[in-house]
Design a protein around this ligand. Structure first.
Ligand code: ATP
Length: 224
């Protein structure tokens, strides 16, 4: 479903984020991307969403070479993706229901349908009771679960999450990860970049996920 063929990304001569990465992720896999700060985790995720393009090599999503896709085609690609990135902040002057409805309204759903589906998405992340709250009335972990609801409301095939548990306490982090794992359990392909060694330790112990380790832009470990 996702394939990297000898992908390198050079932001500049001395900012090399990925070095000849080869990777295959099958439909329905749960993959954690691990590695120190600057290892290239965010860059790898951004390439799957064509937010960055490879300097060399190819990135294929559903057999389409997205590095060479025209900008006009990107919205169609992204419709299949649920993105949970730090940059995509919630709108603080709107309710969490409105925030969750937004991706549906911009893709042409009626208001009634958007509300129905947004409420269902909020229920899946355990926030149905907070639909009318504003983001800043929620804890960091709850806000992150709103971000997940907003990312999945379009029923994406693939979820890309960049450090979804950053700055959360253990209990909140576990709830966020449980929400993500619930989507994996219904067949959604999930890639999660994380520094959280406890998450990686748990994944390894339960044998429930694949952990790909990056260092200085290269894959240095890949274990199911
Ligand atoms: N837009 C950019 N312009 C220039 N260099 C960049 C850019 N984005 C990332 N880099 C560099 O590319 C390398 C990989 O960065 P990336 O953010 O992908 O790593 P990361 O593993 O996600 O790190 P972190 O865990 O700190 O988020 C780093 O050396 C970084 O400084």
């Amino acid at each position: 479903m996702i394939e990297f063929r000898c992908v390198s990304k050079h932001y500049s001569a001395d900012a090399i984020a990925l070095r000849e990465v080869n990777l295959n992720v099958a439909r329905g896999e749960l993959v954690y991307l691990a590695g120190p700060s600057g290892a290239g985790k965010s860059t790898l995720l951004k390439m799957i969403a064509a937010m960055e393009r490879p300097t060399s090599g190819s990135v294929l999503v559903n057999d389409q070479d997205i590095g060479r896709m025209k900008n006009a085609s990107l919205p169609y690609l992204r419709r299949n993706l649920g993105l949970i990135f730090q940059q995509q902040r919630l709108l603080t002057d709107r309710s969490i229901l409105a925030n969750t409805m937004l991706p549906l309204l911009v893709t042409g759903a009626s208001k009634a349908e958007a509300e129905l589906r947004a409420r269902a998405a909020l229920e899946k992340v355990g926030l149905e009771g907070r639909a009318l709250a504003r983001p800043l009335e929620l804890s960091g972990g709850e806000q992150q679960r709103v971000a997940i609801a907003r990312a999945i409301v379009n029923r994406p095939q693939i979820i890309l999450a960049d450090e979804p548990t950053a700055n959360l306490d253990r209990a909140s982090a576990d709830k966020v990860l449980d929400a993500l794992r619930a989507f994996h359990s219904v067949g959604v392909t999930c890639l999660i970049a994380t520094h959280d060694e406890l998450v990686l330790y748990d994944a390894a112990r339960q044998g429930s996920a694949r952990v790909i380790r990056l260092d200085h832009g290269a894959v240095v470990g890949d274990a199911a």
